[in-house]
Design a protein around this ligand. Sequence first.
Ligand SMILES: [Zn+2]
Length: 508
Amino acid sequence: MQKFSELNYISPDYEKEKAALLKSKEGMANASSYENFRDLWLSRKKADQYLDMLTDLAYIRFLTDTSDTFYKNTVHTDSIEEPQIRLLRKECDDVLLDSLYIEGIKAEFGDKIIQDMRIRRSLSGENAVSLQLEENRLCIEYNKLVSSGKSKEARSSEIDDLYNSMINVRTNLAKSLGFDSYIEMAYRIQGRIDYGKEAISSFRSQVLDVITPACAVFEKERPQDNSVPIGAVGNIVHTVKNIFHEISQESSDFINFIYDYELFDVESRLNKRPFYCCCMLSHYKAPFIICDLKANGNDALMFIHELGHGFAFYTAARSQKLFEYHRSTVSINEVHSKTMELLAYPYLELIVGEHKDNFRRNHLYEALRYLPYRCAIDEFEHKVYENTTLTKSQRCELWSEIEQKYMPWRAGSNHESVKRGTSWYSQPHLFNAPFSYIDYNFAQMSAFEFYGRSKINYQETWKDYLAFCSKGGSTNYLNLLAAGKLVNPFSVGAVADICAPILNELYG
Ligand SMILES: [Zn+2]
């Protein structure tokens, strides 16, 4: 592989791509043996992986220089062609699902790939297409509205109308696909195969019992923010490399790879999107990290967070045969990144010097105080999609009740504005990715667990974390947790057990 800046971009010939997909679909349907079928399937996947890499490469180059008209146009073309390509890929998947050779594929590559194809199939249907387009349109409208510069009050009723339409469209969509409600459909979209509503509801009540009272105490002596200035961005880049060299041999090899191939763009610039993300170039088994670093401590940890995603992907890509297994769902992917932040704690002095103890405390508390908020959002969504006829004021009243339950410290002066509905509108997950926000809480639990264990035995914890990363997204949520020897966060008492060392550290 060359350095990122030297990677050659060749515009895809979409007509050729579509013809090739049709050809492999036919080939697979008429395969003469398992070996023949398998080879066709794998070579199609290789072509998919290459095309996805081109799309991602163009997208990265666009994000890091939005004034580049070539990549701007390329990203536009890719977005127009994408639905067609996706449809053809799904048709190939359908051939596999209906094939005699499915058992052979399962035996060789695991059940997860088949399960995911079945999920995608259950989420698509002829009658659903127009509703899905309408859902996309409403999401675009929402995003336009929130970035329009209008005040929260001014856009409040427009946002509520959009939310109303989204709830209706999604409910109809779910019904058209045979689900009882959109909640069941959303769980399927999240890939929640091995746990359901009861597990999540029990998790929320554990957070309410354990975390809400703890936060109520800490809120009284609310820590300051963590934007400790730490010199130039160049220093962060240098220091973070040193930290990865310290953590382990594997993290050291990884960071050398990232720096040698220039797989990051972290400086803040004109014409660069102020984004934090980790893109994955599966074809090269290489991540690419985009940050918008200001010279402060928090940003250094955000860079480490994105590198955590990158490390997991880099590791899984070298252990898993299928690129679909190189990453997982948010509930797992965010364990990778959030844990890396916490595993960097012993080296905080390199970043913030004498501020390290206060900095750690603030950072840890920030992670804790999001738990009740995300549960509130999740409970709110469940109620909203269970009662799809709620009016705007009923929804605001509902949010106000739920917010007071999970975050009683928020009640008071701004309570009236909460009732008027200017608060939860700013949580984009409610609009763009319903029922997904609580996944960050599940991930936080596992990250806390790894951290608690690392304080007792850092080396052993690193080994478990490495095993967990190697598994990528090759199996279901609970199996992946088991690979890292992690507790099921839904089991009785799990939240209290996992958070005990965190609360002790914060009380200490
Ligand atoms: Zn992340």
